[in-house]
Structure formats: C-alpha cells, structure tokens
Design a protein around this ligand. Structure first.
Ligand SMILES: Nc1ncnc2c1ncn2[C@@H]1O[C@H](COP(=O)(O)OP(=O)(O)OP(=O)(O)O)[C@@H](O)[C@H]1O
Ligand SMILES: [Mg+2]
Length: 538
C-alpha cells in the first residue's frame, strides 16, 4: 500500500533538502526501536524521539482511544500491567491478540502503533516521512515478515523492503570500515532475540553464507534469570514465596513481579559496569537487601550462554568456515555489552569482538542506507553524501532464506494409501531471491482447481513441519480426465516473502494461484486495521 499514491515522492522537508521526501530505516526491536535516515553529510543518522532520546521502548499502553508508546508506557507496566503490551515482536506472525474494547489487536496492529509513534516523532525533526525499510531478525519466517510489512503499511509507511538485522548491521559496518575481502560474523544479541550471521564482504558486495539464531534468547532472559534468583533468595530470607498463588493475590503478584523485573534489569545493567550491586526487594510488608555479584549473575545465565555459543558455532559451520577464518566479529544489540557474553564470544573465536561504535544504532543506520539503495534502484531522487552514494553504487546484498520451504507430496496416490512427505523446494541458507517449480496433478476427472500445501521446516515428516500456507490453483480448463499436470513455481522474493505462480502444462496457460496463509485466518482484521489507523498515538 502506498501511503501517498504513486512515485516519484516529492515533498519539502524542513532541512530544505530539496523536494525529496524523507526515507527512513526502522529497527523495530523487541525492547527498543530506533529510526535513522541518510544525510547529505555523512552516512546516516539516528533521529531522536520527542524526548530527545535515540531509542524508544517498544511498549504500548492503551488509554481509551489513545495509544501511549515508549517510556511512559514502560513506566506504566508496574502500576497497570493489564493496559500495557510489551515484547510484541516475540508474537509476530502468531495468533496472539490483545482485546481492546472487544476488538482483537494482533501483533501487526500493536507494532503499527509503535511505528506510527516513531514516524510521528521523527517527522517533528525532519518533516514528512513517506517511505522506509523495516528490519527483521534473520530467522523471521514468511508469516513474521508479512506481519512486519503490514505493520509498516498500517502505520502509513510505504515499505520499500525488509532487511535482516544482521545484514543491516553489516551494511553500516561496511560503510564505516570499507573492508576489502573478508569473512565477517554479525553477532546480534538484543532484548528478545539472538541472531548470528556469517557473511563474505568483498568491497561493497555482501553475501550472506549462513544465518541462524534463537527467537527466545536475549536480555529479557537474563532479566528473568535474575528475577527467579530474587524470588528464591527472598523466599529463603523472609519465608515468603511470591510465586506461590496462595501467598499473594494475582494482581499484587503481577505488580510485585513487574517491579522486581525492573529491578532485575537495573541490576543487570549495574553488573556490566560493576562487580557487585545491591537490590532492595519488598513484598507483602517484608523486605530484604540482596547483594548480587557479577560472578553470581554469570552463573545464573551460564546455560543461556552455552546455548548462545553452541548456536553461533553451528552457524559458523553452516557457513562453511571455521571460527579461526572469521576476520571480523561485529557485535550489535544491547546485550553484547554484558561482559560474560563478550568473554564467551572471545573464547569461541580466539579474539575479542569488535563492537559497532553504537551497538543500539547500527541496525537502524544500516537500514537507512539500505533504504537509500532501494530508492536509487527505483530511480527515485535521494539526498546523499557523495561518499555514501559511491558506497551504495558499488554495493550489493545477497541474503539467504532462514527456513526451508517445501510442499506436501505423496509417495503414492493418496487413494492407494500414499504417505505424505515434505518435499523441500527451497533449502535453508539458499541465496535470495530463489525460485523453483514442482509439477502437481489433478486428482479427479473434471477438476478445475488444485490445492498445494506449503510447509516450513527441514524434516521429511510433514507432522514435524508447520503448514504456513495453502496455494489454491484455480481456473484450470474444465472437462478433462484426471492427472493433468500443473506446474507451481514458488519464489522467495528478496525480502524473504513467499510468492507463487502456476501454469497449466497442457494448455500452457498461466493460471491463478493465490496464497492463503495459515496465520491470516482471523475474522475481525478490518475492524482492528481501522482502529489502529484512527487511533491517536502519543
Ligand atoms: N549496559 C548494558 N548491560 C547489559 N545489558 C544491556 C546494557 N544495555 C542494554 N542492555 C540490554 O540490551 C537489551 C536491548 O538491546 P537492543 O536494544 O539491542 O534490543 P532490541 O533491538 O530491542 O531487541 P531485538 O534485537 O532482540 O529485537 C535489553 O535487554 C537491555 O537490558
Ligand atoms: Mg535489535
């Protein structure tokens, strides 16, 4: 959906950049989000929010017909948790919803409100914003990517594309450092997710070799580990186990745990700088002072760190290199500041990681450069420094698919007891865009449509994969015998989103193929879309 009709985009911005609309890169993070734009001088710049801060908490509080986004919403978690939604990115592409006065707001709607706020604040400084690129974790699948794209569109943004967060970080690193030939690894540990990507960088050409990660590993898990420790120690010390349902009423438990979680985050941040910190815990009239050392914290998170290192090692292997071959390790994401994370990474690679100069901002900055390159590709006017233009002109990005995509096939006709198999069309870590075809056959005489089930996953057993979509091929010629061949071509476009085409082999006619995505089967989407578009965001 175009926000303001077709191209070319022209409007005047406040800096008098000429008649070029401002285009942004948005890092839509699990815990914090960031907006950046390219500049006439220098590469790209983060645009501060209305509080003057470069990062905005990805937290939404609902207050009547108003959505409060950012630090005020974050503050409200402890006092009115039922009105607040946080960590929404973890639910992207799922059936999760928040009931707002009888309307089900899905993750894309909540994310749209965050993006609306980011754009609104940024526009105060740079003028109207029309187009942009949004970043996604590399492991995001088709449904998660589509939900992200829709979130941007609902926020009124024309989405020029999606870019994987590690790729965006590498683009920003590439601009700063201009490496010649090298193997790089981006290690992104944020608030909610962990992404590792191994890539070749050859002058301006960036080729991703392998990517992987864990959608449920990030700083929030470190906070939770400390929180669990608080509960245990408080129980030992005061005899009160706050997690026991019989001890605290549910609303008091919710408030206490939000307060303790905030203290856990604070303690974690302290322990990055200090070797010990003190936490004061209170519940049901009892209290305790607890000293936490960095050593204790490290032992609490050691299982998480083991998982992180194992995952990184396996992505390096899948990229066809060994740890010693990695020339540059680019650490991004706020959680790479944790000393134990850096230590483990150093042990794995035999060398200290390089941190992006601003680990929270590198992803948004890379996304802004990526957005500029998409605009240049489209022939749109872009205000850019000569240096950045040269970098982008000699620049290309080849990303990979993070998930295998297959179709449900049968080893023999189903009527003869055939067994369903996942026939992989697009293997994981294949360069994008990629397309491949499979031939299917009509099952019965006179059949004018075929349904193809699209699976995500590597396992040959369809039960161990998830059905992400059904492709309906319709409009086939009538009155034909059974087993007429139909070729279905599936393509992962360069944003990692699935597209399909179909052709009737005998007539050679391109026929209609529509994708019905599994996650899209909810009824009241229009009401939610309208609500989000009309909602005031502050
Ligand atoms: N100095 C620090 N020490 C330890 N952790 C930190 C520090 N600064 C930030 N963090 C943690 O980093 C996380 C936020 O990082 P970041 O902003 O990169 O994540 P995000 O982009 O929201 O998440 P994701 O990339 O997973 O979607 C939070 O968990 C925060 O507590
Ligand atoms: Mg991030």
């Amino acid at each position: 959906m175009a926000a303001h009709g077709g191209r070319p985009k022209r409007s005047l911005n406040k800096e008098g950049d000429g008649e070029v609309a401002v285009t942004v890169g948005i890092d839509l993070g699990t815990t914090f989000s960031v907006v950046a734009r390219v500049l006439q001088e220098g590469p790209s710049m983060v645009i501060p929010n209305s509080e003057g801060l470069p990062i905005t908490p990805s937290v939404v509080m609902f207050d009547g017909n108003t959505a409060v986004v950012g630090s005020v919403a974050k503050e409200a978690i402890a006092s009115s948790p039922e009105t607040v939604v946080q960590l929404i990115k973890r639910h992207m592409g799922s059936d999760w919803f928040y009931d707002h006065k009888g309307v089900s707001l899905h993750p894309e709607h909540v994310s749209a409100l965050i993006i609306k706020k980011l754009i609104q604040d940024a526009s105060l400084l740079v003028g109207p914003i029309e187009q942009g690129v949004i970043t996604v974790p590399a492991y995001f699948n088709d449904a998660m990517r589509l939900a992200t794209r829709r979130a941007g569109e609902l926020a009124g943004l024309e989405v020029l594309g999606l870019v994987s967060e590690p790729t965006a970080a590498a683009i920003s690193f590439g601009y700063d450092q201009r490496p010649q030939e090298m193997t790089g690894m981006v290690f992104d540990l944020g608030g909610g997710t962990f992404d590792v990507t191994v890539m070749d960088m050859d002058h301006g050409h960036l080729t991703v070799k392998a990517t992987g990660g864990d959608p449920y590993l990030g700083g929030a898990n470190f906070d939770k580990a400390l929180f669990d420790y608080f509960v245990e120690r408080f129980s030992d010390h005061t005899g009160l186990d706050i997690s026991d349902f019989d001890v605290l009423p549910i609303d008091i438990f919710a408030q206490t745990s939000q307060d303790w979680l905030a203290r856990a985050t604070r303690a974690k941040l302290d322990l990055t700088a200090l070797h010990r910190t003190t936490v004061v815990l209170q519940a049901a009239g009892r209290s305790m002072r607890l000293e936490v050392t960095r050593e204790t914290f490290e032992s609490l998170i050691s299982v998480l760190l083991d998982e992180m290192v194992d995952k990184a090692a396996s992505v390096i292997r899948e990229g066809g290199v060994s740890p010693g071959d990695v020339d540059h390790v680019i650490a991004v994401g706020g959680s790479t500041r944790v000393p134990a994370v850096r230590k483990r990474l150093e042990q794995l690679l035999g060398r200290a990681p390089e941190t992006a100069s601003r680990p929270d901002e590198a992803v948004a900055q890379g996304a802004a450069l990526f957005a500029a390159s998409r605009q240049m590709e489209q022939g749109d006017p872009v205000v850019l420094s000569r240096d950045a233009r040269q970098y982008l002109e000699s620049f290309s990005v080849t990303d990979v698919a993070a998930h295998s995509l297959g179709v449900l096939a049968y080893d023999r006709p189903r009527a003869q007891g055939g067994r369903g198999l996942n026939s992989v069309v697009l293997p994981r870590n294949t360069a994008l865009p990629f397309e491949d075809s499979r031939t299917f056959y009509t099952a019965h005489p006179g059949e004018t449509s075929v349904t193809v089930q699209v699976l995500e996953g590597d396992d040959p057993d369809p039960a161990l994969c998830s059905t992400i979509a059904e492709v309906q091929v319709s409009g086939l010629p009538p009155n034909r015998p059974a087993t007429q061949p139909v070729t279905v071509t599936m393509r992962y476009n360069r944003d990692g989103i699935l597209e399909v085409m179909a052709r009737d082999d005998n007539s050679g006619v391109e026929t209609t193929a529509t994708i019905e995505r599994t996650e899209r089967r909810y009824d009241d989407r229009d009401a939610a879309d309208q609500l989000v578009k009309s909602m005031e965001v502050i």
